[in-house]
Design a binder for this molecule. Structure first.
Ligand SMILES: [Zn+2]
Length: 226
């Protein structure tokens, strides 16, 4: 099996896992993986049921969005994924979902402060809300390009869903799970109307510096491969 087929398989397997765990529903969301051999990425097709998806349905695009292989129309958010790969050399997998609890925070414009050690270690200092812009537009792409330079690995898209990154697909899936757990805990805490405590600032900064070290290592090894 060639390398490209392996990327396609990873996308299909990730979609099935995310579907089974309730993070992806029907055709909402999209998943991609960097393909360094072709200076591009593999991405799920547009408006296609994840339950039916096969490796042949996965599209391979270059960073200028030219279709290199695949029979289907690539996701409407392909340009957003390309922006992430261009802006963040440490990111090799991108997952966009409409997961419910994080989406609820997207509706009340509630960024998540550093609540848990694991959150700061893998997602970043906070989970910010990226201002609303319609799907597939240059406005959304611009908003995202600006925000993701802070090196975080999870963002909430206002009135839309979430965006999670990882150095590989496994990490990106874990980050989706950590984000949903934090979102649910934060929502429940907000409902009590009592003061929500955060982790100490020093602990947050140590955890985030470990994340940055990991990211720099991945970015360096990616550059050596290219
Ligand atoms: Zn979406």
């Amino acid at each position: 099996m060639d390398q490209i087929e392996m990327y396609r398989q990873q996308i299909v397997a990730a979609c099935q896992e995310l579907l089974e765990r309730g993070y992806l529903m029907a055709t909402g969301g999209n998943v991609s993986l960097r393909v360094p051999e072709q200076s591009g990425f593999a991405i799920t097709p547009s408006n296609y049921d994840y339950a039916k998806m096969r490796t042949d349905d996965v599209c391979i695009l270059d960073l200028s969005l030219h279709l290199l292989s695949g029979q289907r129309t690539p996701s409407i958010e392909s340009s957003l994924h390309a922006t992430v790969y261009q802006t963040r050399p440490d990111v090799n997998a991108v997952i966009h979902t409409h997961q419910v609890y994080a989406s609820a925070l997207a509706l009340i414009d509630a960024p998540i402060p550093a609540l848990f050690d694991e959150q700061a270690r893998f997602l970043g200092r906070t989970v910010e809300i990226i201002p609303y812009a319609p799907s597939g537009t240059g406005f959304l792409k611009k908003n995202i390009a600006r925000r993701i330079k802070n090196h975080h690995n999870a963002y909430i898209l206002q009135n839309h869903g979430v965006l999670c990154f990882g150095q590989d697909m496994e990490r990106a899936i874990h980050n989706v799970e950590i984000l949903e757990k934090c979102s649910l805990a934060y929502l429940l805490a907000l409902c009590t109307e009592r003061k929500v405590t955060k982790i100490p600032l020093a602990v947050r900064e140590i955890a985030f510096s470990k994340l940055r070290q990991d990211q720099k290592k991945v970015a360096r090894s990616g550059e050596e491969d290219r």
